[in-house]
Ligand binder design. Structure first.
Ligand code: PMM
Length: 269
């Protein structure tokens, strides 16, 4: 599954500011759909490191008109939110999935709300809000701890009534994680798959890729220049994840075609 990122925010680190009018957001969603995105992930609140929270009303105003329009065009939409009220309002106007980067840790009402809504739920590994996440990036064994923390949230979600079969997990690349934690997790998809839930990975354009591609002076590559590396990662992850959440959908769809052909499982195999 390829999830196309649609941040309807003025300040997201990579595409922020470009799609914060409804028309432009819808146009970008159509482009991603035409490039092969299975789901468009609509978010109204930036989660970039250091970002401050926005009021509920502002988040609703940003996402609901976009979701309504995409729904009318038959596009499958996920709502990227940490708020139960936004999840419920978004599903009411047509979102088919809830993507909660906090895995239910931000809003105590999220799990019960999603249980009631009866939609698939992306439960991401998360330790705290953006203003604190750098200081929370401390691990003895990142792979073991991230898996254990996800497992615990799955149990809370199931206790609140979410059907286990509707839970998609996500290791939360870049959330309370340093570059080496991200790479350790990306190399350890077997361990994450050991939790026996579909796995979604969102590494697209993130800071650790910018750091990997730093120039000779150690200056990180801008987010605009991270798509080729992102698609290389998509190709390498192809056989071991259920879904990839990316900005440049075309590049990842192409990488997946290459991966399939190379594994002999595609039509050119
Ligand atoms: N990353 C961001 C936002 N939402 N959702 C999931 N499930 N996984 C992620 O890794 C993730 C996310 C932050 O960055 P971006 O929206 O600018 O890509």
């Amino acid at each position: 599954m390829v999830w196309g990122v649609l941040n309807v925010t003025p300040d997201s680190f990579s595409d922020g500011g470009r799609f914060h009018t409804v028309d432009r957001a819808v146009e970008q969603a159509r482009l991603m759909r035409d490039s092969g995105a299975d789901v468009i992930d609509v978010g109204g609140e930036s989660t970039r490191p250091g970002a401050e929270r926005i009021p509920l009303e502002q988040e609703l105003t940003r996402v609901l008109p976009v979701i309504e329009t995409l729904k009318a065009e038959g596009i499958t939409v996920s709502i990227d939110t940490m708020r139960a009220d936004v999840a419920a309002a978004a599903v009411e106007v047509g979102a088919m999935l809830v993507n909660d980067v906090s895995g239910g840790r931000s809003d105590p009402a999220m799990h019960a709300t999603v249980a009631e809504l009866g939609v698939p739920y992306v439960l991401m590994h998360w330790r705290g809000h953006s203003d604190r996440m750098n200081e929370l990036a401390v691990y003895d064994d990142p792979v073991r701890q991230v898996c254990e923390e996800i497992e615990q949230q799955i149990e809370f979600a199931v206790q609140a009534g979410i059907d286990r079969e509707r839970i998609i997990i996500d290791p939360g690349i870049g959330f309370a994680k340093e570059a080496d934690h991200n790479w350790a997790l990306l190399r350890a998809m077997d361990a994450v798959n050991g939790l026996k839930q579909p796995v979604l990975v969102g590494a697209s354009r993130k800071r650790f890729i910018g750091a990997l591609l730093a120039d000779a002076d150690g200056e990180a590559r801008d987010s605009d220049g991270r798509d080729v590396a992102t698609s290389a990662l998509s190709g390498l992850l192809a056989g071991s994840v259920w879904g990839l959440r990316v900005h440049d959908v075309q590049a990842t769809v192409d990488a997946l075609k290459v991966a399939r052909a190379m594994s002999g499982s595609g039509e050119h195999g």
